[in-house]
Design a protein around this ligand. Structure first.
Ligand code: HEC
Length: 174
């Protein structure tokens, strides 16, 4: 990474311990400590395209920033500044004493979703921070084009682009 980029990163980190954090050109900085946020849901082997049969099922694990969690409890709405992080793990089988079923095994990558209507057309933006399967975690990420991520979330997610129908205690099955 070039020096100016590093300086921008350091400054952005210093100026605000709050999440989400962005570079001046609206790249998102990978949030700190999101594994200690509110874990809202897990899924196994979900695929988003019709007829797809993934060869290997992965676990998805979704975390919601605590400030957004608190606001959502009170209002049923995701406030500006909401951040969700989704980690993807391989499914492990037949290890240790396990003879049936699967467990979240190796961390593969992590993605993020942010609600910030001032920065992003359509309110929400989506980011990929990579992980071991992409050659390492990224510190900063550029938002995907709307048709890559936003469009499906906007059309199919139950609550304001968030797939609460799959998050047991955010969705209708409380
Ligand atoms: C065809 C539909 C579809 C597309 C395209 C899509 N997603 Fe999702 N996304 C989902 C579904 C369904 C979930 C529910 C949770 C899961 O997958 O376990 C989800 C959940 C998420 C979450 C957790 C928070 C939330 O909004 O519920 C993040 C973060 C996320 N996706 C990032 C991305 C990124 C980044 C892209 C683009 C590279 C993307 N998604 C493209 C369907 C989609």
């Amino acid at each position: 990474m070039r020096k100016p980029a590093l300086i921008v990163l350091a400054l952005a980190a210093l100026l605000s311990a709050e999440e989400p954090r962005f570079t001046p050109d609206n790249q998102m900085l990978r949030p700190e400590g999101y594994r200690q946020w509110v874990h809202v849901g897990s899924s196994l082997g979900m695929s988003y395209s019709e007829g797809a049969k993934p060869e290997k099922k992965n676990f998805h694990s979704v975390y919601l920033h605590p400030a957004a969690w608190t606001a959502y409890q009170k209002t049923g709405k995701f406030p500006e500044g909401t951040v969700l992080m989704m980690e993807i793990y391989s499914a492990g089988e037949q290890e240790s004493i396990n003879r049936a079923g699967a467990f979240a095994n190796e961390f593969l990558r992590v993605e993020g979703a942010v609600k910030d209507s001032r920065r992003f057309d359509g309110g929400w933006a989506y980011f990929d921070f990579g992980g071991p399967v992409t050659g390492g975690l990224k510190d900063v990420s550029t938002a995907f084009a709307k048709e890559r991520c936003w469009a499906c979330h906007n059309e199919h997610a139950e609550t304001d682009n968030v797939f609460t129908q799959f998050y047991p205690w955010l969705g209708p099955k409380k």
